[in-house]
Ligand binder design. Structure first.
Ligand SMILES: Cc1cc2nc3c(=O)[nH]c(=O)nc-3n(C[C@H](O)[C@H](O)[C@H](O)COP(=O)(O)OP(=O)(O)OC[C@H]3O[C@@H](n4cnc5c(N)ncnc54)[C@H](O)[C@@H]3O)c2cc1C
Ligand code: FES
Ligand code: FES
Length: 491
């Protein structure tokens, strides 16, 4: 059993006991270590000023590095890992690192507040070899905001500094060995008091069995995976979380399995890892994942968290419902399967009993008769939550539609199928008139609300238009050369 958080800060060992389990990595760096290079902009994962790099043994004798938002990651997540902040980024001679040098040379900084975050995000690419093209680099930096410099010089600096990338830090094998020695593989159990002096207990089980038993013992505990939602409960809502169970150290939950017809995603598969498999099912899913939050958030956020948080505007639930997905839920030794669409009962309410958790999501792949589309509408292209999200799967035999699953987010209190619109499609030809009728039926399926993201009128009209977009993208007579319907057609 582990009662201490043991990790490497740069190359120095740290062993902490009694820290509040909900202390954020950002607070620790700035207040305990006085490493104030890492900045706090928004404290909610949006601006990237707090970006740091986490390293962990890659299981092959080396290290795997990823950029994360330190403002919403909590200290227990560091156990057995290496934390690199901007103070640890240096050139070979101890001077400026190539990414820092390039930012200076290209005038990529003015007030400088965002700069440590950009340095760390570029440094992550420098270590891993990601973001090799201009387009990929722009996506890579989508989670970092700069209010003064403008992104042109920063992108130019990145392109110059990264080159082929994949440089690593050097000494990875030794770092991996040191980290392995810090983590004895036992369940982490911590206790402490949060910033307001309230008691907290924290568990990080190391197997499915251990998780099932622990959660059964504390059925009111808050489960935490990537903490990209839960982190905000801490930083923005100052919620008291008396008992927290971190599920990310359970190897069974991080598995992905694939057959010809199905894709199984364990609950803690990160959004970043899931992206590639989803892209292979359909390019719209790849595009959806590209626009899902930012690299830093996708590196932490999980598939299970996106489903289990029961948000009406989560991006994956409509896509999964359209594909036809099942959840596997587990409570103690019992597992049960539930259709994803039946899991969402009402706003914030799910078909999940106390002590029960999501073990995996099983998605049905597309067949030769399937047509599929998934479209996210948000105010900003990057790093924004959907106002309306539509995902559609229809099966077509000959000219006729034989089955339809039309799922929407942002249109009701839960992600929901449009049964009236589906009925208007089934048995009808795959033709414009059919889709127009289905679009008109949407008002029987949904009575959306007005909120800061969109008006009810906009939502209904946009949903109808998305259905038409789906028809046009898949229309049998579409020859290409018209208005591009997918970004890939713009290339
Ligand atoms: C800046 C920012 C941008 C974002 N952009 C998007 C976006 O574009 N699209 C989008 O859909 N979302 C977005 N999100 C929301 C969030 O990132 C996703 O919902 C993410 O998938 C949550 O996963 P997580 O692992 O971080 O969840 P956590 O924060 O760890 O948990 C979320 C909830 O799910 C519960 N939970 C987690 N795992 C399980 C499980 N296995 N069983 C039962 N309950 C579980 C937790 O108890 C908690 O209630 C954004 C968030 C931020 C901060
Ligand atoms: S402070 Fe803005 S993302 Fe962390
Ligand atoms: S340089 Fe001022 S915010 Fe980027």
């Amino acid at each position: 059993m582990g009662r201490q958080i043991r990790f490497l800060l740069g190359d120095e060992e740290r062993c902490l006991e009694g820290n509040a389990p909900s202390q954020t990595v950002l607070r620790y760096l700035r207040e305990s270590e006085r490493l104030t290079g890492t900045k706090e902009g928004c404290a909610e994962g949006d601006c990237g000023a707090c970006t740091v790099v986490l390293g962990e043994p890659d299981g092959k004798g080396g290290m795997a590095y990823r950029a994360v938002n330190s403002c919403i990651q909590c200290m227990p997540g560091l156990h057995g890992r290496q934390l690199l902040a901007v103070e640890h980024v240096k050139g070979p001679d101890g001077g400026l690192h190539p990414v820092q040098r390039a930012l200076v040379d290209h005038h990529g900084s003015q007030c400088g507040f965002c700069t440590p975050g950009f340095v760390m995000q570029l440094y992550a690419a420098w270590l891993t070899g990601e973001a090799k093209t201009r387009g990929a680099l722009k996506d890579w930096l989508a989670g970092n905001l700069c209010r003064c410099t403008g992104y042109g010089p920063i992108v130019e600096a990145g392109l110059e500094a990264l080159g082929e990338g994949g440089h690593g830090r050097g000494g990875e094998a030794e770092t991996a060995r040191r980290l392995a020695a810090l983590d004895n593989g036992a369940m982490l159990r911590l206790s402490g008091r949060d910033a307001e002096g309230r008691e907290q207990r924290f568990f990080a089980p190391r197997s499915l069995e251990e998780l099932a038993v622990t959660y059964w013992g504390y059925p009111n505990a808050v489960l935490v995976a990537g903490a990209t939602d839960v982190g905000l409960w801490i930083t923005k809502e100052h919620r008291h979380l008396p008992v927290v169970i971190d599920i990310t150290r359970v190897p069974e939950l991080a598995q992905m399995k694939e057959s010809e017809t199905r894709l199984e995603l364990g609950a803690t598969v990160s959004l970043a890892r899931a992206a590639e498999r989803l892209f292979a099912i359909h390019e719209d899913l790849g595009e959806l994942m590209r626009r899902f939050a930012s690299v830093q958030i996708r590196n932490c956020g999980t598939v299970g968290g996106n489903v289990a948080n029961a948000s009406p505007i989560g991006d994956l639930p409509p896509a999964f419902i359209a594909l036809g997905a099942e959840l596997v839920l587990r409570r103690r030794e019992e597992t049960r399967r539930v259709e994803l669409e039946d899991y969402f009962l009402d706003y914030g309410r799910q078909d999940r009993a106390a002590g029960e958790f999501v073990e995996k999501v099983v998605v049905k792949k597309l067949g030769p008769a399937s047509r599929f589309g998934a479209y996210k509408l948000s105010k900003r292209f990057d790093q924004d939550i959907s106002a309306v999200m539509g995902a559609f799967r229809v099966e077509v035999e000959g000219e006729n539609i034989t089955a339809a699953r039309l799922a929407f987010g942002g249109m009701a209190a839960t992600p929901k199928r449009a049964k009236a619109a589906e009925a208007a499609l089934i048995g009808q030809p795959f033709a414009e008139a059919t889709f127009r009728r289905a679009g008109q039926a949407l008002c029987h399926d949904f009575s959306p609300i007005d909120d800061m993201r969109a008006s009810a009128r906009y939502r209904l009209l946009a949903a109808e238009n998305l259905l038409m977009r789906f028809f046009l993208a898949n229309a049998p007579t579409r020859q290409g050369g018209g208005v591009p319907l997918r970004l890939s057609e713009l290339a």
